[in-house]
Design a protein around this ligand. Structure first.
Ligand code: ADP
Ligand code: MG
Ligand code: MG
Length: 910
């Protein structure tokens, strides 16, 4: 151990951190070797923070032990013994000595924290002789026997796997016998008897006596930590958390300090800042006269750090100085364990604290302002998914604090939902229609259940994992969900659900938190954290300084555009004009236009639509000021605007019946009129009918067959633009022609449309900055992008269609059918409609970008598919050099941050 050239060093004293660093390339590697807990204990030691002396047995020793079939690697045990000697001289105590005994704890600690992997064993080194000596010397038998029983209990349950309940039952019986409520009210004699009893239990369960030799205790405890790495608990945890299985765990052996040595002793845990709000105040709990996990075990009511401040101001001051020193050092909020032994403060652990999204943002921003971290670090620290927190309602944290969790499962879709239990999709839908909030609770969900899921506030299922149908659909539609609640049972005759002895009837209230996978009985109030949070605005403004991609939004209506702009959108990347055609008041005119038998008739209908369209565009332009607005010309096949075939057939049969039975002439005439209209519709629907509308007469094809429709749209766009310009509003219209696959389509279309544009401008004698461009959503367009770019001013990737056409699947059919199987069986890692398929669809995008720019270096390129709001897809768009991403308004803040992350990553790599 004292020979750094020996590469079989398995044991490092906390005071030997420099030795580790001399042969590890960075802190990450140090943590890899010593584990997070060990590395930080050594680091605190170097910072001269009071840490009880100790040492770490490395993760490499653990791996060697496991690889050798549970044999300590050569030299390891000898090194451990030497390290014990070193602590003995540091503390002036001796392991196993009855007069002045050294006691130690044995704590596991992997590179990444794995809660619940192996419990810590305190007070190693006690035996009957040592206990006797300690009692004589300290005169405090209660204290000593409390330590002893803890050792036997922890050693028994953790190392030898004696069920802990057996031990706990003895203590409970003792409390009853004595008529006391709390462990701390038991006497020395009580603990002595409990210890004797514990040793008997130990002997019964393990077949051998409790080991009296402290070195034997140490050895078995060390081995137990190594073995725990491959325990079921640990493996399950690693699988769930995505932690590699070959890291191994380190073992920390550390001098005991005692928080249970009387009223000037205590033990506690504290965060350097508030983990829920991020406020810069120390928050924590402590207990007088307690040891180890008593604070978190909930056996006694804890006290707050404010109370510590009042009752032990000097200790509090020392602790708060240490907390800020540790924060400065780690440049992050810290979660610390501490103990005060007879008025002396000791730190036992520190690590970066877990916190809510809100606290994450506030802490990051505050730390920049305190000069602790850079803006870029603050931006990098907040994850785009955390921005979701500010967009979804949350259960009111205050109410949650006083509620008890009823159950938990997998947190597959974030956000809070509160509603009445509905046990099937039809009920869910029915109640929702009546205005009741519902939570659909099912064993699992199937495509037939989607209508119920859509009607629900949230979803709970007892089966299924992260890629179950329920999880997939919930995420896709932004429904908070908890799935895989295995112990939840259903009674279909009583229509009840039960869990942990609690039964709820259909219609009872539940509240769920999809962010952490918990749910509660009853109705918990919700709060919507605001995007107008000042810290978030600041953080996003820093993200804006960093990112290279512009962030635009998809908005069809001025009110959405307004929202998008307030979230920071720099333009409209997609305005879908068909929504304007679908509006109830306009649909009859649109239908008249479609039904027209003659061009003149159609033009008359279009003339009626024209002023309405003008108004639509004017609204958008006004909101966006001088920012670009991309307007996509009519895209869907025309039959979508007519009644559905089945509906017409049904109505016609119905009308014919009514006509046969009509008794009054007026009635008969009305029916006959309606029949004529329906039959006309039917003829037209039949004529327009296509066997594959998705691949039929839509997009630019529509514009080529019915040029008068798109001409009207373009005229409306330019009239609106001219009007705005005249009233002093700057405008930048960009006309986007959808579904191009061949250059000739684009040439023809652009020619007739630009002619229209020019005529409007000439008529008003106005000049405008406008552009014509195309969507890239068919593979052929991507491949021939160099040709298209000679005509187009801009490209926008319509990645929904591009994904459909590249995979040769229809999204609706995939999502209602086979996609769940594909994801469940791992054929696809992610739905290509959620996150860009970089290899396939992404390659086409990259190719189109390169080819497009090769023939038109000024070509402006963006993406307007939903992928434009997905952080991974955004990173890809950054890498291939797009100019902007466009997403739905409420994804804009997420996209701003994700784009900044992509840029930061770039910097790191260069
Ligand atoms: P976990 O990883 O589960 O938090 P720890 O190893 O941190 O486990 O220890 C469990 C509890 O025992 C903590 O409260 C810790 O502070 C306490 N503890 C561990 N080692 C010692 C020690 N040497 N002296 C006093 N308390 C200790
Ligand atoms: Mg623990
Ligand atoms: Mg701990």
């Amino acid at each position: 151990m004292n020979n750094p050239s020996n590469n079989n060093t398995y044991v490092y004293l906390y005071s030997d951190l420099d030795k580790v660093e001399s042969h590890r390339k960075d802190w990450d590697a140090v943590r890899g070797l010593l584990g997070g807990k060990g590395a930080n204990l050594a680091d605190m030691t170097r910072l001269e923070i009071p840490v009880p002396p100790g040492f770490t047995v490395t993760t490499e020793a653990c791996n060697a032990y496991l690889a050798a079939g549970e044999q300590f690697p050569e030299g390891m045990w000898e090194q451990e013994l030497k390290a014990i000697t070193a602590i003995e001289s540091a503390t002036g105590k001796k392991f196993g000595d009855a007069q002045n005994p050294l006691l130690v704890s044995c704590r596991s600690g992997a590179k990444f924290s794995m809660p619940g992997m192996m419990d810590t064993i305190l007070n190693i080194g006690l035996n009957d002789d040592v206990v006797k000596g300690m009692v004589e010397k300290s005169g405090d038998a209660r204290f000593v026997y409390d330590l002893y029983r803890r050792l036997v209990q922890m050693f028994g349950s953790v190392v030898m796997e004696v069920p802990d309940e057996v031990f706990e039952a003895v203590i409970t019986a003792k409390r009853k016998e004595k008529g006391v409520a709390s462990d701390s009210d038991l006497s020395a004699e009580d603990w002595q008897l409990v210890t004797t009893h514990f040793k008997e239990i130990y002997q019964t369960y393990t077949g051998s006596p409790f080991p009296a030799d402290p070195l034997e205790q140490l050895k078995l405890a060390t081995e137990a930590v190594f073995k725990s790495w491959n325990g079921k608990r640990a493996i399950d945890y690693r699988n769930a958390a995505g932690i590699a299985h070959d890291l191994g765990t380190a073992v920390n052996i550390q001098t005991m300090v005692f928080g249970n040595m009387g009223s000037d002793s205590l033990t506690g845990v504290a965060m350097s800042r508030n983990a829920s709000t991020g406020e810069n105040v120390i928050e924590g709990d402590f207990l007088y006269n307690a040891q180890g996990e008593d604070v978190v075990a909930g056996i006694r009511i804890t006290q707050t750090m404010d109370e510590l401040k009042q009752e032990m101001p000097a200790i509090y001051k020392e602790f708060s100085d240490i907390a800020s020193k540790l924060e400065q050092h780690a440049r992050n909020m810290q979660d610390m364990e501490f103990t005060v032994e007879q008025g002396k403060l000791w730190l036992l652990q520190t690590r970066d604290g877990k916190r809510t999204a809100q606290a994450e943002v506030k802490i990051a921003v505050d730390m920049v302002e305190e000069g602790m971290i850079t803006k870029a670090e603050a931006v990098a620290r907040v994850q785009p998914s955390q921005i979701d927190f500010f967009l979804h309602p949350q259960l009111d944290p205050k109410a949650v604090k006083s509620a008890t969790v009823w159950g938990n499962g997998l947190n597959v879709s974030p956000g809070a939902a509160v509603g009445k239990v509905a046990l099937d999709a039809d009920i869910a839908e029915k109640w929702a229609k009546d205005g009741e909030p519902v939570i659909m609770v099912r064993p699992e969900t199937k495509p037939d259940d989607v209508h119920g899921m859509l009607a629900s506030q949230g979803i709970i299922t007892s089966r299924g994992g992260r890629t179950s149908h329920a999880a997939l659909v919930a995420r896709q539609f932004g429904k908070p969900a908890v799935v895989g609640v295995e112990d939840l049972t259903f009674d279909w005759t009583e229509r009840t659900i039960a869990l942990d002895g609690i039964t709820l009837h259909e219609g009872d209230w539940v509240s769920l938190d999809g962010t952490n996978g918990t749910f509660f009985q009853g109705e918990i109030p919700t709060v919507v954290p605001s995007l107008e949070n000042p810290e978030l605005s600041k953080l996003l403004s820093w993200a804006d300084e960093i990112r290279k991609l512009e962030v635009w939004a998809n908005s069809d209506y001025p009110r959405d555009a307004q929202k998008a702009k307030s979230y920071g959108a720099q333009g409209i990347g997609l305005c879908r004009t068909e929504h304007m055609f679908f509006e109830t008041s306009r649909l009859p005119v649109v239908q008249k236009m479609i039904m027209a038998k003659e061009l003149s008739e159609r033009k008359a209908a279009l003339a009626e639509l024209f002023p309405l369209q003008c108004g639509d565009f004017e609204g958008l332009f006004k909101v966006m000021g001088g920012d670009p607005v991309v307007i996509r010309l009519l895209d869907p096949p025309l039959h979508e605007f007519l009644p559905a075939y089945e509906e017409l057939m049904h109505d016609i049969t119905d009308l014919k019946m009514k006509i046969q039975h009509a008794s009054e002439l007026d009635q008969l005439n009305a029916h006959l009129d309606k029949l004529r209209v329906d039959e006309d519709f039917l003829t037209r629907v039949e004529a327009l009918g296509e066997s594959n509308p998705m691949l039929g007469t839509r997009g630019v094809r529509l514009g080529i067959v019915y040029p008068e429709i798109v001409r009207m749209q373009v005229r409306a766009i330019f009239e609106a633009a001219v009007n705005c310009k005249k009233s002093g509003v700057d405008v930048r219209p960009k006309i986007m022609i959808p579904l191009i696959s061949h250059i000739n389509e684009l040439k023809l279309e652009k020619e007739i449309l630009e002619e229209e544009a020019k005529s409007v401008l000439a008529q008003h004698n106005v000049e405008l900055n406008y552009e014509f461009g195309t969507m890239i959503e068919i593979p052929r367009a991507a491949i021939t992008a160099d040709e298209l770019a000679e005509v187009a001013d801009f490209f926008s990737f319509g990645t929904n269609d591009l994904t459909q056409m590249t995979f040769g699947v229809s999204r609706d059919d995939a999502e209602a059918g086979f996609l769940v199987h594909y994801l469940g069986r791992g054929l696809l890692q992610d739905s290509p409609f959620d996150t860009l398929d970089q290899k396939g669809v992404g390659s086409l995008m990259q190719l189109a970008t390169q080819r497009g720019r090769s023939s038109n270096p000024d070509l402006h390129i963006g993406i307007c598919g939903e992928h434009g709001g997905d952080p991974r897809s955004i990173a890809f768009c950054h890498r291939i050099g797009l100019d902007y991403v466009s997403c739905s308004p409420y994804r804009v803040p997420v996209a701003r941050l994700a784009a900044a992350h992509a840029a930061l990553k770039d910097e790191q790599n260069s």
